[in-house]
Design a protein around this ligand. Structure first.
Ligand code: CA
Length: 220
């Protein structure tokens, strides 16, 4: 899952980016409202973490522009201010949730997972499909009831494919989900991880749709 973090406070930004990467998210971090607005126009993100007090363009301005463009990704506001008006304005401008600084990173991570789940139309945290069950909280993956070990990239790839079973994801969409800016993407990284996942889950579990991309096999 790829997140855009907008935060001008270096200490908070670093702590959040590091913590969320450790939890398996690809995180891109910008420090002002204009950079955020630009990134949201040219890149695809699964969720936006948005500070309100930002240089150049306020968080509220970023949010209003985002919703005015019809972009529906979940938005979680990070606010230093415990003022009720900030939360109300944020939610009314199209945010989905907020946390008040200082917040606990494990709570932030849990709220992000809840928003992503809701976005995908699921109430249950565990994703099950075709004999595979994936738990985004514990990162545990079971295949026919047996636990299998996946690398963090393999896990992220499988999670992306299971997010909407049946949907075809192109190689570049998968790369975007796996890597943040500035991270070196080897040209055949997706193929390598798919190959490894097939060895662990069975060759037929992930299908290659020629010239289009990959998807998980339809549930039988
Ligand atoms: Ca700020």
């Amino acid at each position: 899952m790829r997140l855009l973090l907008v935060e001008d406070d270096t200490m908070i930004g670093e702590a959040v980016a590091t913590g969320l990467k450790r939890d398996g998210f690809a995180v891109d971090w910008v420090r002002d409202g204009k950079a955020a607005d630009h990134a949201l126009k040219v890149e695809t993100f699964d969720l936006l973490l948005l500070d309100l007090g930002l240089p150049h363009l306020s968080g509220l301005g970023v949010l209003k522009a985002l919703r005015a463009r019809g972009q529906s990704l979940p938005v979680l506001i990070l606010t230093a201010r415990d003022a009720v008006t900030d939360k109300v304005q944020g939610l009314d401008a199209g945010a989905d949730d907020y946390v008040v600084k200082p917040f606990d990173l494990t709570e932030l991570s849990a709220r992000i997972r809840a928003l992503l789940r809701r976005q995908a139309g699921r109430a249950e945290p565990v994703i099950e499909h075709g004999g595979v069950s994936l738990n985004p909280v514990t990162h545990q993956v079971l295949h026919d009831g047996k636990e299998i070990a996946l690398s963090s990239r393999e896990f992220a790839l499988l999670e992306a494919l299971l997010d909407r079973p049946g949907a075809i994801l192109s190689r570049s969409q998968l790369e975007q989900r796996l890597y943040g800016w500035g991270e070196e993407v080897e040209s055949n990284a997706v193929e390598v991880h798919i190959h490894s996942l097939r060895k662990k889950l069975g060759t037929d579990y992930i299908r290659n749709v020629r010239g289009v991309g990959y998807r998980v096999a339809p549930a039988s």
